[in-house]
Design a binder for this molecule. Structure first.
Ligand code: NDP
Length: 504
């Protein structure tokens, strides 16, 4: 018996015989893309055990050995970009060029992780300090062992690879549970690794629904990296808490873009529309809210309206963006539009009629009450809320008035960096949107309901390693307080020393 990803919720409670496989579906056409096993807890544990066995040799390779293998995988990915891009299109519905852009980022991040792991994680000396001057002090970052990666469907290669590439470069094995909507992309990534690095089976797949993800959390993995909704993130944390398994939680956002009075309005409007509508708005760091200073609001709204009004969703290659990948999200998007309009907002582009499943046409809303769900909840659709504010300071205050804190953007000629630093977010772009995701050296992650922990950059490598601090005795200290044989004057002399060097 086969379940499809999209009817899983209904079928799981109604069906008596348990399914063993499920289908992934092209959201543009409803056609079946592929069939995949539903892995139960026993199978998940077996795969984690196999990954754990393989990890030992992977860790022993050291940084340069692993780099050679990860570089081989990167070259294979580069050669086969269009195969994987085609599969991403089929499982998410996004336009081919958007899938290619996702893979361009994957390749660059994989390069960075492999090239920089040694510099960031290798053993290094630190000052041993005044009290332990007889010790050599070092710290190094050692792999956890097996990392469980639970991925989303909106960027089914780029987002999980932000954990997978960095975890592998740090010397871990990875067991990957892709979203039930994009299992084929997960399978492709694992197969391509196996082809490029056949001697080290350290990247494994498990497929299925939420239960498979839950089984991965409980399987004895040494760390879990999760990307998805805040609600599921909390469930993942609760499950990991049972065994004190550390977690990285990358959830959604309600990112704001601030337009100051001196901003380049054409550039700001272009970025706002692209940030909000590309990938049909299904981007955790997508622009969902804009706060524009009153003095330039009319002109900015004109520019946004003109640009957004020209965009067309569809399944054909010329479409600006594709369908809503997860059917249930359509109700969320519709609910946010309805709530805003019912409570007095104005639609400058689109409206209720824009929701035509599986597609949603662009919607630009303004004058939306700040407690409307269109302002407070993640919409994850091609909609944007543009609000007028008195000045940039009010814009910062309103942008920060959110339980989320993932990314953000500021358009301003004079005050860009100053305003950006005041945003309570993990990432921010000045005079662009989303750029930080394309800089592999920059950590990626949020605060508040957007989660915690970091992928990408040096922090993203350290996230998948345990620091091990070490001291090595170089010579015997004349004043040794850590022995029962210490003299009476030892502590007195140390007290005098600490007062002289640290007491002033
Ligand atoms: P979920 O958070 O439910 O799913 C994310 C991943 O977690 C999937 O692989 C999912 O598997 C898995 N999962 C589900 N339940 C569990 C569990 N109990 N234990 C472990 N893993 C589990 O997100 P949805 O796909 O349902 O999307 C819901 C909302 O989340 C969206 O509307 C959007 O607002 C937000 N979202 C944010 C993303 C981001 O990039 N930050 C990405 C995707 C969604 P399965 O798919 O098989 O259920």
């Amino acid at each position: 018996m086969t379940r499809t990803a999209r009817d899983s919720v209904e079928v799981s409670s109604a069906s008596s015989a348990p399914s063993t496989t499920f289908e992934s579906i092209d959201p543009r056409t409803g056609e079946v893309v592929g069939e995949h096993p539903i892995h139960d807890a026993a199978e998940v544990s077996a795969r984690v055990a196999a990954a754990r066995e393989a990890q030992v040799a992977w860790a022993e390779l050291g940084f340069s050995g692993r780099k050679q293998h990860l570089d081989a995988w990167r070259r294979l990915l580069s050669k086969r970009v269009d195969d994987l891009a085609g599969l991403i299109c089929a499982e998410t519905g996004k336009p081919l060029d958007d899938a290619r852009l996702e893979l361009i980022l994957v390749i660059d991040h994989l390069h960075w992780a492999a090239a920089n792991a040694e510099k960031v994680l290798k053993r290094r000396k630190v000052p041993s300090g005044v009290l332990m001057a007889n010790q050599t002090a070092t710290v190094e970052y050692l792999p956890f062992g097996v990392v469980g990666v639970i991925g989303p469907w909106n960027y089914p290669a780029f987002t999980p690879m932000g954990s997978i590439a960095y975890a592998l470069a740090a010397g871990n094995a990875v067991v990957f549970k892709p979203s039930e909507l994009t299992p084929g992309v997960g399978q492709w990534l694992v197969d391509s690794f196996a082809e490029a690095v056949p001697e080290h089976p350290v990247f494994r797949l498990v497929t299925g629904f939420g239960e498979t993800g839950a089984a991965l959390c409980a399987s004895g993995v040494d760390k879990v990296a999760f990307t998805g909704s805040t609600a599921t993130g909390k469930r993942v944390m609760a499950s990991c808490a049972q065994n004190l398994v550390p977690v990285l939680v990358e959830c959604g956002g309600k990112d704001a873009l601030i337009v100051d009075a001196d901003a380049d309005l054409a550039a700001a409007a272009d970025a706002a529309v692209w940030g909000a509508m590309s990938n049909a708005g299904q981007t955790c760091i997508g622009v969902e809210r804009v706060y524009v200073v009153d003095a330039v609001a009319d002109r900015f709204l004109e520019l946004v309206t003109e640009r957004a009004g020209k965009l067309r969703p569809g399944g054909e290659p010329s479409a600006h963006f594709g369908p809503i990948t997860m059917p249930s999200q359509v109700d969320v998007i519709r609910g946010h539009i309805d709530d805003a309009l019912r409570r007095g907002a104005r639609a400058l582009v689109g409206g209720k009629h824009s929701v035509r499943p599986p597609f949603v046409e662009p919607v630009v809303l303004t004058d939306v009450p700040e407690d409307s769900t269109a302002v407070t909840e993640e919409t994850f659709g091609p909609t944007i809320v543009v609000q007028r504010v008195r000045d940039a300071d009010e814009a910062v205050a309103r942008a920060n008035d959110s339980r989320y804190g993932l990314g953000g953007a500021v358009f301003s000629r004079a005050r860009g960096v100053e305003l950006a630093r005041r945003l309570r977010t993990g990432m921010v772009s000045v005079n662009s949107v989303i750029s930080f995701a394309g800089v592999p050296a920059l950590p990626f992650g949020g605060v508040g309901d957007s989660g915690f922990g970091r992928i990408h950059g040096p922090d993203g490598l350290r996230e998948f390693a345990r620091p091990q601090s070490m001291t090595r005795t170089r010579y015997r200290m004349p004043l040794n307080p850590m022995t029962f044989g210490r003299s009476k004057g030892t502590i007195r002399r140390l007290m005098r020393l600490i007062r002289v060097v640290r007491g002033r």
